[in-house]
Design a protein around this ligand. Structure first.
Ligand SMILES: CCCCC/C=C/C(=O)SCCNC(=O)CCNC(=O)[C@H](O)C(C)(C)COP(=O)(O)OP(=O)(O)OC[C@H]1O[C@@H](n2cnc3c(N)ncnc32)[C@H](O)[C@@H]1OP(=O)(O)O
Length: 289
């Protein structure tokens, strides 16, 4: 198989590169917030989120993620691992600044980019895995649950906490969560805006494994992807599709409606007010640290 070795990425020295001798990456001016590397030996791609301080998902990061996902699939990588360059945050979820007092065109592009990235990830033909090496609230949990396998480091949190911000997790956020967590647990947790600790997440099946270091997490993801070694990739992809096509079609057919629901919700004065208060709280906490 012809595996791509030079793909869009940012090479940044702060990320320890375990397999430096066998991975290649190419800096491109368009990649600002991600590093994308393919291991020459295994053919597995790693997408590292790198938007300090908390990898909040803005329009540009979401667009880059989608481009990387497409590259990985087009170039028939054996699988894809998503992780973070931060030692404490996988991603803080959607960038609240994209939704607080937003500009009309920008916020539409932002939501459309989120829909596209999610459909690309959830529907990816290749095996996908999340090495969750930090907190993963809301949009972070969405990315993790879109993958087929999740491994997490101890003492972090993950979950759909939207209700605590006064916003509502859309149906497609919930359906991916429901793939991995029993319905009753999901309903209770999402209505409460519960963030599970790593141990709790493992207990309810929200994450598959817990390990102590990022290196171990990547190794676990590689192991998961390697488990398909003897499986026909075409048969695998079609079988995966059977499990996921319903949610994908639903969103595809209702993209515009979903966008309008999103806009209608976030533009409510009470929602803007709640978001402003939440952001203020985050800033105060950040200053105290
Ligand atoms: C229909 C509408 C549906 C919308 C669905 C929404 C989905 C979402 O994803 S909404 C976002 C939900 N995310 C959160 O609630 C997480 C908020 N963040 C945190 O809890 C923490 O930042 C942390 C646990 C992820 C990390 O903590 P820590 O390392 O201590 O970092 P700080 O809290 O000090 O944050 C540093 C810096 O970053 C700003 N920030 C944090 N999260 C976000 C965010 N999601 N969007 C934008 N900005 C964020 C925070 O305000 C600090 O800023 P400065 O004070 O300017 O440094």
């Amino acid at each position: 198989m012809n595996i791509i070795r030079t793909v869009r990425s940012v090479a940044f020295s702060s990320i320890p590169n375990r397999t430096l001798s066998t991975t290649r990456s190419l800096s491109t001016p368009s990649a600002q917030y991600t590093a994308f590397e393919v291991n020459d030996k295994t053919g597995i791609a790693t997408l590292t989120l790198n938007r300090p301080p908390v990898n909040s998902l803005n329009l540009e990061l979401l667009t880059e993620m989608r481009n990387c996902l497409k590259d990985a699939e087009t170039n028939k990588c054996k699988g894809l691992i998503i992780t973070s360059s931060s030692n404490s945050v996988f991603t803080a979820g959607l960038d609240l600044l994209e939704m607080y007092q937003p500009q009309d065109e920008r916020v539409k592009s932002f939501w459309t980019a989120l829909q596209s990235m999610w459909m690309e990830l959830y529907g990816s033909k290749i095996p996908t895995a999340a090495a969750i090496n930090g907190h993963a609230p809301a949009g972070g949990c969405l990315i993790a649950t879109a993958c087929e396998y999740r491994v997490m480091l101890p003492n972090f949190t993950i979950g759909l906490n939207e209700t605590l911000i006064g916003i509502v997790a859309p149906k497609w956020f919930v359906s991916a969560f429901l793939n991995v967590v029993p319905r009753r647990v999901a309903e209770q947790a999402i209505t409460q805006g519960k963030l599970f600790t790593t141990a709790e997440a493992h207990n309810v099946g929200l994450v598959d494994d817990v390990v102590n270091t990022k290196e171990e997490a990547i190794a676990k993801c590689e192991q998961f992807i390697g488990s398909f070694k003897n499986v026909n990739p075409y048969a695998r992809a079609l079988t995966k599709q059977q499990f996921r096509i319903k949610e994908l079609q639903e969103l595809e057919q209702q993209r515009e409606k979903d966008l309008q629901i999103f806009l209608g919700l976030i533009m409510q004065p009470s929602v803007q007010k709640a978001m402003g208060i939440y952001l203020e709280g985050l800033k105060k906490k950040s200053k105290k640290q």
